[in-house]
Structures are given as structure tokens and as C-alpha cells.
Design a protein around this ligand. Structure first.
Ligand SMILES: Nc1ncnc2c1ncn2[C@@H]1O[C@H](COP(=O)(O)OP(=O)(O)OP(=O)(O)O)[C@@H](O)[C@H]1O
Ligand SMILES: Nc1ccn([C@H]2C[C@H](O)[C@@H](COP(=O)(O)O)O2)c(=O)n1
Length: 251
């Protein structure tokens, strides 16, 4: 356990590799791990299970407040349950990936899930010495004061290929086309409410398009150890201390 509590905030678009990298980092450093995307997926699963209209903003926001969610913060145990039903596998289904943005773009839902995320972060800073948290708005809104803030990016082409390989076992034209909705359309929808396609001020951007997963994990370790320099998003502009992003809804 490190001497003072540590939060590592990691954001990035779909298929950039943030979950794989965050889990590995947490495991290596003996920290807790929080997959915030899984929380949005769990809510989408529960709302669909209860046959709610995902377009009904007030109804889905109430579901978010009522959501009986338990999520593991152990990087070695991907476990998530809703009302004692284990949904760890079900939330990864294509039908959830296809519809989750409808709940993730509901601002009242975001307010409630962010509140829960901050609570978990605080608990784990006390209990485990720190946490690696990943999502779309962690570096900017959920934990803008995190000790380390990293945006993991990759070209659209690389992200499509990674996801196609993961879901379909190959990245031919047919598989890439089938993956497009889960990556490109979803990012377009999700980026209407969060900034994760470009690094905010003070956030280190790491382009992983041409890196293996192992190389990315090493690069992130170096950043956290302080061996790599923290750079502003645009190296041509002078670095100014981070101010929490006031432009994004923070409820
Ligand atoms: N640098 C890399 N090179 C090759 N494959 C990678 C790399 N990083 C991750 N992957 C693979 O890409 C796939 C997507 O990775 P991962 O699930 O970590 O992405 P993500 O950013 O969390 O996506 P999402 O937000 O959609 O859940 C996984 O199969 C993972 O093993
Ligand atoms: N902090 C977050 C985390 C996730 N989302 C959205 C974006 C996705 O459509 C969905 C599921 O995330 P994934 O499991 O694919 O990483 O949740 C968000 O808006 N903010």
C-alpha cells in the first residue's frame, strides 16, 4: 500500500484499451479498480429487464437512484450484481452495448452514478490505499483532482480492429462493419455529454494505435512512477494548472 492514497483516473473512447490497462495497473500496484462503464451497463440491463422506455428520462433517472447495484473493486474479480442477480456476463451482450448510450446520456443518471463513483473512490482510498478508475468523464468530472489523469486513445481503425477481434474472433471487412455501431456510433452519442476524444488540460494523452497492450501498460506504469513527463494535451501550448471542467454537467 502506498503511503498516501492514490487515485489514477483513466478515460478513453470505446476499444482504446482502458479497461485492460486499468485492471492490469491496479493489479500490479495492489490498488482497487472501478469500471464505471459497467455501472452504466448494469443500469441499462436493469431498465430493460423492467421493460422501461429508455427514452423516458425521468423514469430511467429514478431507476438509477433505486438501482440495487453491487460491484467488485477487486481487479482480479469482475463481479457485478443487480438485486442479487449476477449480471457480470449479461451486461457485455451486444443488446446492452447497443442501448447503453441512451441511459449514459441522461444527465440525471450521470449525476447519480457519479455520486456513487465518488463514494467508492473515497472508500477505496481509505481502505485499499488507492484506486484506478476508468470511464469517459473520470479525468474531467468524477475525479479531476486525481493524482494521475490519463487519456488512452487509439485511431478509429485500431479500435475497430481490436473490438472486432475480441467479439468476432477476426477483423475482416464483415466483422469490422458489424462492430462499427458499438464503437463509432456509441462514441458519437457518448461524446455529446463527456469529453474523452481529446485530453482536457493537465490530462496526459497516450496514443496506443501502434503499441501492444504490454507496451501501453509499461507506459502507464512509467507515468504513474513519474518517469515519463506529464505534458499538456497540446505540447505547443503552455501548461496551466488544471481547473475542473465547468462546461460539463456535474450533478
Ligand atoms: N494496445 C493494444 N493492442 C492490441 N489490442 C489491445 C490493446 N489494448 C487493448 N486491446 C484489446 O482491445 C480490446 C478492447 O480493450 P478494452 O476492453 O480494454 O477497451 P476499452 O477501452 O475498455 O473499451 P470499452 O470502453 O468499449 O469497454 C480487448 O480485446 C483488448 O485485449
Ligand atoms: N464514466 C463513464 C463510463 C461509461 N460511460 C458510457 C459509455 C458507454 O456507452 C457505456 C458503457 O461503457 P463501456 O463499458 O463501453 O466502457 O457507458 C459514460 O458515459 N461514462
Amino acid at each position: 500500500m502506498s503511503a498516501s492514497p492514490l487515485t489514477v483516473a483513466i478515460d478513453g473512447p470505446s476499444g482504446s484499451g482502458k479497461s485492460s490497462v486499468s485492471r492490469a495497473l491496479a493489479r500490479d500496484l495492489g490498488l482497487a479498480y472501478l469500471d464505471t462503464g459497467a455501472m452504466y451497463r448494469a443500469l441499462a440491463w436493469w431498465a430493460l429487464e423492467r421493460e422501461l422506455d429508455l427514452q423516458d428520462q425521468a423514469l430511467v433517472a429514478q431507476a438509477a437512484r433505486d438501482l440495487p447495484l453491487r460491484i467488485s473493486t477487486d481487479p482480479d474479480e469482475q463481479a457485478l450484481s443487480v438485486d442479487d442477480t449476477d449480471v457480470t456476463q449479461e451486461i457485455r451482450q451486444t443488446r446492452i452495448s447497443a442501448q447503453v448510450s441512451a441511459v449514459a446520456t441522461n444527465l440525471d443518471v450521470r449525476g447519480e452514478l457519479r455520486r456513487r463513483q465518488r463514494e467508492i473512490i473515497e472508500q477505496e482510498r481509505q481502505r485499499s490505499g488507492g484506486i484506478v478508475v476508468e470511464g469517459r468523464d473520470i479525468t474531467t468530472v468524477v475525479a479531476p483532482d486525481a493524482e494521475h489523469r490519463i487519456l488512452i486513445t487509439a485511431s478509429e481503425e485500431a479500435r475497430l480492429a481490436r473490438r472486432a477481434l475480441e467479439v468476432h474472433g477476426s477483423a475482416g471487412a464483415e466483422q469490422l462493419a458489424a462492430t462499427r455501431d458499438q464503437v463509432v456510433r456509441r462514441d458519437a452519442d457518448d461524446s455529446t455529454v463527456s469529453t474523452f476524444l481529446e485530453a482536457a488540460d493537465g490530462v496526459v494523452a497516450l496514443d496506443t494505435s501502434d503499441l501492444t497492450l504490454e507496451q501501453v501498460i509499461s507506459a502507464v506504469h512509467a507515468l504513474v512512477r513519474g518517469e515519463a513527463k506529464t505534458v499538456p494535451a497540446d505540447p505547443s501550448t503552455p501548461h496551466t494548472p488544471h481547473q475542473p471542467d465547468q462546461s460539463q454537467e456535474d450533478r
